[in-house]
Ligand binder design. Structure first.
Ligand SMILES: Nc1ncnc2c1ncn2[C@@H]1O[C@H](COP(=O)(O)OP(=O)(O)OP(=O)(O)O)[C@@H](O)[C@H]1O
Ligand SMILES: [Mg+2]
Length: 336
């Protein structure tokens, strides 16, 4: 393993392109990150920044075509899983990585009971008998805060509320006691109260079970409350990465700074409460050859139009281990 085995997951230079009728979409452009044992990594960025596609490509969940994972290494359990067969990957994924999808309405199968869907990975990956799987499925439902679990196993997804379906998704993701839980936060499907409850549940589960978690969200405010480290994505790239306190205290990238301004301040006058970042994200028709944020950046200068900035360390740690940023401007402007 490249870093001597301390990471549960180590992603290097991941590149994913979609081939569409309108041409290529360069959705993930050389993304690198790692995840330590028991750590919670927050991933933030606007809609379309590549958060979901990054996570889905690294565990082979995107249909090909149209997706083409064109390059990179993904080290999990001592192996580069981009180099193993589809069958081996399916087994490894089921056993080591739990994935909670962004849309809980479509990711459960409407024709099978909730119980059958939780039991399936237990039978397939953990080798449990049907009877054992049923007992374990009820325990898992209870673990995610669904009461009367035994009786609810025979319910169908449509009989559950959106929040409960999200809990079922988490139960399925946890079924095989994964090393890594990837949770893609539902953005529109659930109201904020339920999102907050799910967040509490995940915090609680992490304390109980100790797995590493990747939490994907639009909202830096959510990240502040739960993450150890944060990775900020823009146009399919990691533009800044830092321990959570450091990122909030000392944001370097103009995009991160803009995102921080979008966190609503409850105490502020109403019209100042929410700022959105002006302008549109770029169309990802080619590999970036200049800074992808330049058109929206108040600080862009010549070099930003000529050269795509690479990630460089902001502190004394190597890139990916401490605070790093991909920005030409921030180099000389730490106090701006
Ligand atoms: N099947 C597809 N075909 C073509 N392009 C796609 C496909 N799926 C995703 N993309 C593109 O890949 C880019 C990254 O999308 P992704 O879904 O990862 O964004 P995201 O950061 O998860 O956004 P959101 O916060 O809205 O979930 C976007 O430009 C999107 O349009
Ligand atoms: Mg997404």
């Amino acid at each position: 393993m490249p870093d001597g085995g301390q990471s549960v997951l180590d992603v290097r230079d991941l590149v994913t392109v979609f081939r569409t009728r309108g041409g290529e979409v360069h959705a993930v452009n050389s993304v690198s990150f790692h995840l330590q044992n028991g750590e919670l990594l927050g991933v933030v960025g606007e809609s379309g920044s590549g958060k979901s596609v990054t996570m889905m490509s690294l565990i082979g969940l995107l249909p090909s075509p149209p997706a083409d994972v064109r390059g990179g290494e993904v080290w999990l359990g001592g192996r580069d899983i981009l180099k193993i067969s589809a069958d081996a990957l399916r087994d490894l994924r089921g056993a080591k990585v739990g994935f909670v999808f962004q849309d809980p309405m479509t990711s459960l199968n409407p024709v099978f009971t909730v119980g059958a869907q939780i039991m399936e990975p237990l039978i397939r990956h953990m080798g449990l008998s049907k009877a054992q799987a049923r007992v374990r499925a009820a325990e898992l439902l209870e673990l995610v805060g669904i009461s009367d679990a035994k009786n609810r196993l025979s319910a169908y997804p449509h009989q559950f509320s959106g929040g409960m379906r999200q809990r079922v998704m988490i139960a399925i993701a946890l079924a095989c006691d994964p090393d890594v839980l990837i949770a893609d936060e539902p953005t529109t499907a659930l109201d904020v109260t339920i999102q907050a409850q799910i967040l509490e549940l995940v915090k609680d589960l992490r304390a109980k079970l100790g797995m590493a978690i990747i939490w994907i969200t639009h909202d830096l405010g959510v990240i502040a409350g739960i993450a150890d480290r944060v990775m900020v994505m823009y146009a399919g790239q990691v533009v800044e990465q830092a321990p959570v306190k450091e990122l909030f205290a000392n944001p370097q990238h103009p995009y991160t700074r803009a995102l921080l301004k979008t966190i609503p301040a409850i105490s502020g006058p109403r019209q100042d409460r929410l700022q959105v970042i002006e302008g549109q994200p770029p169309i990802l028709a080619a590999r970036p050859s200049a800074c992808s944020f330049r058109a929206r950046c108040p600080h862009a200068f010549d070099r930003c139009h000529a050269e795509n900035p690479v990630r460089r360390a902001v502190d004394a740690n190597p890139v990916g281990r401490g605070h790093d940023v991909a920005c030409h401007w921030s180099a000389g402007h730490f106090d701006a």
